[in-house]
Design a protein around this ligand. Structure first.
Ligand code: EPU
Length: 301
């Protein structure tokens, strides 16, 4: 992407645009090189212009929310990173249907639902992502997944057209939602249940307590690194392979939950990737099970 192209994108975005933005500041792992250009579009018109320009010019673009399931490589990201956190975070209640824009934090959405005596998503409390990010990977906890609470999703296709797709027409699976290439989730319409606020609050406290006891939620991490293989916790497998506390540079296998890799402060993406390979290899040798990544790795080699 040349300077002229960057200037064009900057001029078409209503919202902030940062050249050479350090991705470590936009991800919960606090790792990653610089992105050529990060834009924070404030409206649909800007978002559409950027996407169409990128397509026409053959410039890659990556849409991100809270960066909580993302490992950005040390050489950064070529092309445009579109961050929806600043411009797309509204919440709107219409009867019992709650619309949340994609960049809204999942935590804020859960609070808002609970405050309006609407239950369901409190099962997911403590997941650090955005609504769009959590839906795009069908995030889950305590036996519930994002797909369990939704009515429909508003999506902008790579052609810039917007459509509302109902849940039954979406392809969800464990930690995955299949969308067309280049599509962007704009907002999610949730169908929730009426329940007493106090009951929802108690459930929330219980889930938060158990998350705090079993997961390193105050450390820099990107949540679970691997998907759970059928019927077994990847964390348990990694622990049983004797890898808790294993360190590679600044990256450490969490001593609390072995499916979390922590950045102890100065970890590089290379440290994390080396640790991932080692964990996969050792679990395969010890248990004969192949672990599949949940974490998304992006960026330049
Ligand atoms: N366990 C260990 N050692 C560990 C971790 C877990 O022995 O290091 C054991 C636990 O003692 C327990 C069993 O494994 O008996 C299951 O553990 P846990 O309840 O922590 O659940 P999990 O299967 O490890 C899944 C999700 C989490 C989600 C929790 C709670 C995946 C990959 N992980 O973890 O999701 O928060 O259930 O519902 O599906 C994420 O996706 O990023 C994530 C953190």
């Amino acid at each position: 992407m040349d300077d002229y192209q960057k200037q064009i994108v900057i001029s078409m975005v209503q919202g902030e645009a940062v050249k050479g933005a350090p991705m470590r500041e936009l991800t919960t792992l606090r790792i990653g090189g610089k992105a050529e250009l990060v834009v924070f579009p404030m409206d649909v018109v800007s978002l559409r212009s950027v996407i169409l320009f990128a397509q026409d010019s053959g410039i890659p673009y990556l849409v991100m929310g809270n960066g909580s399931n993302l490992l950005v490589k040390d050489n950064g990201i070529a092309g445009i990173v579109i961050n929806l956190r600043k411009g797309f975070h509204a919440l709107k209640l219409v009867n019992d249907l709650l619309r949340a824009e994609a960049g809204c934090s999942l935590g804020r959405f859960i609070e808002y639902a609970g405050a309006n005596s609407l239950s369901g998503p409190e099962y997911l409390i403590g997941i650090p992502g955005s609504v769009g990010g959590a839906l795009s990977m069908n995030a889950g906890a305590h036996g519930k997944e994002m797909k369990d609470f939704i009515h429909s999703v508003e999506i902008m296709g790579s052609d810039g057209n917007i459509e509302e797709i109902e849940r039954d027409n979406l392809e969800f699976s464990y930690r995955s939602l299949r969308l067309k290439k280049g599509a962007v989730i704009l907002s999610v319409l949730f169908k929730l249940n009426r329940e007493q606020k106090q009951v929802i609050d108690e459930r929330k406290s219980g889930f938060l307590k158990s998350r705090r006891e079993t997961q390193p939620i105050d450390s820099y991490s990107a949540g679970c690194v691997f998907k759970n293989p059928q019927g077994v916790s990847a964390g348990r497998l990694i622990e049983e392979a004797g890898l808790k506390g294993l360190q590679m540079g600044g990256a450490v296998v969490s001593p609390l939950h072995a499916n979390f890799i922590l950045n102890s402060g100065d970890a590089t993406a290379k440290d994390v990737m080396t640790l991932i390979e080692l964990m996969k290899k050792r679990v395969y040798e010890e248990k004969g099970i192949e672990c599949e990544l949940e974490l998304q790795i992006v960026g330049e080699d």
